[in-house]
Design a protein around this ligand. Structure first.
Ligand code: BGC
Length: 316
């Protein structure tokens, strides 16, 4: 295994990322494609297969073997059947992803929730190094949660633990892709921030965001850093909702570290100050006293590196 490489895939609501990784977690090469979830699971699987094929060829060209493929998926994985049980933001239910990928590769394929994979990555080589009880939160199309408890990934009875994004924060809030109302991810995900920005623009509020054609959360972060009032308010509202969710997480798990990942986590103090303040306000004193809330260190690579770590852990 030490000489072999691993393929880590991070299937997101917007992009599919793939990386060829060595056993020390170093990325040898990367690939990316749009998810285009509306084209259906088979077409998405085909795009993942193409990335895997390219990375396998690169490994072969370097004279290396690939030990296996780890795939982080934005939902609950049924590892025994190799299926995606439910991925709300892809609108997938019971998708036999391993079978679809199997038609193009003979390598072993391991599925895991994307935030669980990111948690493994950050614990291995990122902001969670040395942490014993760590919670990973990913802010993207949805909100993901991954739990490292007593040093190991805790995935629950059937692999669906840590679904922080579907914690109900406002029962009368916006409709969530899971079917409930007011889930944390409807209030604080990248998607939610873009929705808030569009609402503000529609209401005629003065903001530089009105100039953007395809508004993304990163534009809101940049506008907030340039002191755009609407963008600052959006980040503040999202941070406070997230802080509320984290208060519950802190009370439940008494973690030493909460790692916040996803593009928005690069926003710095404008996000982390209200977030930390609200999280402390919403949690009990003892667990609040010890928890550190920090940005992820592996950036966009956490999911792929963690998916590769999954292969190392499973194959060991
Ligand atoms: C899903 C999670 C996933 C998260 C981030 C949520 O909607 O329920 O399983 O980790 O989105 O992709």
């Amino acid at each position: 295994m030490h000489d072999e490489l691993i393929i880590g895939i991070d299937l997101g609501g917007t992009n599919i990322k793939g990386a060829l990784v060595d056993s020390g977690g170093h990325i040898i090469s990367k690939q990316k494609a749009a998810t285009l979830a509306n084209t259906g699971p088979r077409a998405v699987a085909e795009r993942i297969s193409r990335i895997i094929g390219d990375l396998e060829s690169q490994a072969a060209a370097a004279g290396k073997k690939v030990a296996g493929i780890g795939v982080g998926i934005p939902g609950q994985a049924d590892q025994t059947r190799g299926t995606v049980f439910f991925a709300p933001n892809l609108h997938w239910r019971d998708v036999p992803l391993v079978e679809y990928l199997r038609s193009r590769t003979i390598l072993p394929v391991y599925l895991e929730n994307d935030a669980n994979a990111a948690a493994l990555g950050e614990q291995w080589l990122g902001a969670g190094r040395g942490s014993v009880n760590m919670v990973m939160i990913t802010i993207g199309t949805g909100i993901g949660g991954g739990l490292i408890l007593n040093g190991s990934l805790y995935s629950g009875t059937n692999g669906s633990a840590g679904e922080v994004g579907h914690m109900v924060i406002d029962p009368d809030g916006p409709l969530c892709s899971c079917g409930q109302r007011g889930c944390l991810e409807t209030l604080t995900s990248a998607t939610a921030m873009v929705r808030m920005a569009k609402e503000a623009i529609d209401q005629g509020k003065k903001t530089i965001l009105a100039r953007e054609e395809n508004l993304e959360a990163r534009d809101i972060v940049m506008a907030a850093q340039a002191e755009d009032k609407v963008a600052l308010l959006i980040i503040d509202v999202a941070a406070r909702y997230l802080g509320m969710g984290l208060g519950n997480v802190i009370n439940l798990f008494n973690p030493d570290t909460i790692v916040i990942g996803g593009g928005v986590s690069k926003a710095g103090d404008i996000l982390f100050e209200p977030l930390r303040r609200e999280a402390v306000k919403r949690s009990l004193e003892a667990p609040a006293r010890v928890v550190k809330i920090v940005p992820a260190e592996l950036g966009n690579d956490a999911g792929c590196i963690g998916a590769a770590k999954l292969v190392l852990l499973t194959a060991d």
